[in-house]
Design a protein around this ligand. Structure first.
Ligand code: R5P
Length: 316
């Protein structure tokens, strides 16, 4: 692996450390700081000429800072003549702005894809995109990982695997929920949700039987917490017993933690694609690492091997 270089921005040092530890590759030194006026200052401190570079950065909050840091690091790296640069983006921000659903709105996910390519990424490695179609926004190869195996192992180890129903908190998440239901040999239910404002959802109906069942809601993102908290309320009303959630990206914005604490949800498990800062800690929120998954994928990309063996195919 002497041709491999692992670099990291500042957004998720903890996960970058886990990935490089699992790879047994020391991270290359890079200065990623700020000039006195707040502009981002980058200097890659090692020779990357002819190297296979993996640059790890989640574009989580502060999203614009972290995205810009990634773009500038890409630019610095590509000007140093590497063989290839893979942007490793465990959490891909702006993914929810992926279509023109109102007049005069941007498709920011596509803009970000263009920026990444323009800045020098040769390929992208990411996890649980909000919508699979975002892959098509890139004209460079994109490898898409899923956290399903990490979550299924977590719940099985925690002995949360009987009398279960897997719940999709919205219609868009059915495919993923079905994959979980198959893995747990559990039933499937769907919450019919309506979003009245960016931070307010209303549950219309529950499709499926949850009475007397333990439920696991599966979702890609928990941001304000509104979707899951409202869904949990409806599930409890419908007679659900324990209520759990498996969520790939713990954005946990606004007063999400407070809402979770007061909610009917017994436990939310998120991955470490986004670091949980001290203000976001709660006894109800647990973290499962995707460090090993990313390390395995990076190794496979480096050695030109298939990566689909690393995750369950979500299918159609
Ligand atoms: C929606 O389509 C997503 O899958 C999530 O359900 C949503 O982004 C969560 O947002 P919030 O936590 O603010 O309800």
């Amino acid at each position: 692996m002497d041709k491999m270089i692992v670099l990291s921005g500042n957004s998720n040092k903890l996960l970058a450390d886990k990935i490089s530890a699992a790879l047994k590759v020391k991270q290359a030194k890079a200065l990623v700081s700020r000039f006195s006026d707040g502009e981002i200052r980058v200097k890659i401190e090692e020779n990357v000429r002819g190297k296979d570079v993996f640059l790890i950065q989640s574009t989580c909050a502060p999203v614009n800072e972290n995205l810009m840091e990634l773009l500038i690091m890409l630019d610095a790296t590509r000007r140093a003549s590497p063989f290839r640069i893979t942007a490793v983006i465990p959490y891909f921000g702006y993914a929810r702005q992926d279509r023109k659903d109102q007049p005069r709105v941007p498709i920011t996910a596509k803009l970000v894809a263009n920026l990444l390519t323009g800045a020098g990424a040769s390929r992208v490695l990411t996890l649980d995109l909000h919508a699979g179609q975002i892959q098509g926004f890139f004209d460079i190869p994109l490898d898409h990982l899923y956290s399903i195996n990490a979550f299924v192992d977590y719940f099985k180890k925690a002995k949360v695997n009987n009398n279960l129903v897997v719940v999709s908190p919205d219609v868009g998440g059915i495919k993923m929920a079905r994959a979980y239901a198959k893995r747990f040999r559990a039933g499937l239910a769907i919450v019919d949700k309506r979003r009245n404002a960016p931070d307010a959802t209303e549950v219309m109906h529950i499709l499926g039987e949850v009475k007397g069942k333990n439920v696991i809601m599966v979702d890609d993102i928990i941001a304000t917490g509104s979707s899951l908290v409202e869904a949990a309320k409806a599930l409890r009303k419908g007679g659900a017993k324990k209520i759990y959630a498996a969520v790939a990206h713990g954005v946990l914005s606004s007063n999400a933690i407070e809402k979770i604490e007061k909610s009917d949800i017994d436990m939310v498990v998120v991955t470490d694609s986004i670091p949980l800062d001290s203000k976001k800690k709660s006894k109800k929120v647990k973290v499962v690492s995707v460090g090993k998954l990313f390390a395995d994928a990076i190794k496979r990309i480096h050695f030109e091997k298939s990566i689909s063996v690393l995750f369950e195919s979500i299918g159609s």
